[in-house]
Design a protein around this ligand. Sequence first.
Ligand code: ATP
Ligand code: MG
Length: 285
Amino acid sequence: MIVIGVDGSRAGLRAVNWAMREADMRGAGVRIVNAVPTWAYKAPEDAPYAYAGRLVRESATSVLADALRRAHSQMPRIEVETELLWGDPRLSLIRASKDAELLVVGSHGLDGFRGLLLGSVALGVSGQATCPVVVVREGRAQPRNEVVVGVDGSPGCAAAIEFAFAEADLRGAELHAVHAWGEPVAGFRSEVMPAAIDKAGARRLLLAEVVTGQRERYPDVKLVERIERGHPVDVLRRASTRAGLLVVGSRGRGGVAGMLLGSVSHSLLHHAVCPIVVIPVAGGA
Ligand SMILES: Nc1ncnc2c1ncn2[C@@H]1O[C@H](COP(=O)(O)OP(=O)(O)OP(=O)(O)O)[C@@H](O)[C@H]1O
Ligand SMILES: [Mg+2]
């Protein structure tokens, strides 16, 4: 089951388009949801705000109906349910996607400040939901059939690699496993670094090692291993400009304990050019 969050925005409908294609490839069912504030959902008939509550519910019902029409017109044969949720949209989307294979949202919604690159709901569910979260943004009209996965050798990235192989296999896409590396400390000069830390060869070995199991499992996927110099956010953002999907783990090696979203994933949610999927790290490791 794929869960899609909509809020009446164009970005939400874009999420519907993306998710319907994905559902078609996976043979998955779809549930489209919209969350309204608790007061509006549960307004008693005699409450002074009962009328306002009814208006909010009616508006949400029409948002769901629009999204359902969009979904049907794109993929008439896929089964789609709609559901009105209540409470904080982030919490209700996380709850609604508890048993889902994917949660799909737009990068923006209706009420965001225009200057922001990402809305609070999109950011709030990424790395917090128990399933992978896809944030769909308007990318290039004709991206290449290419899935990019960011690799840093952390447990989070193992899950991301597994997802990326399965996704590339589904799409018949080329998979680019990209490892970015730079000076571990700003201003540290590479000629004084121990060879094992700083040599590109060691990086290549690491990359080959972490993809090996999945490579055997998906022999048909054409894998391109890329080692690039630079900050992971710059490198992966650049890679996302021509890709169809960017896959990252919710946190990497440098994660601060207790933080569910690492800084690279966080920044890429803001700056990636193509749709991005954040894979949760089991147990918050
Ligand atoms: N109430 C909601 N119910 C279901 N999905 C939602 C809801 N609000 C937002 N979404 C989903 O999240 C996506 C991003 O919207 P978000 O609310 O994060 O951005 P915004 O409205 O621009 O900013 P903000 O709400 O933080 O001011 C939407 O495209 C939609 O997919
Ligand atoms: Mg919003």
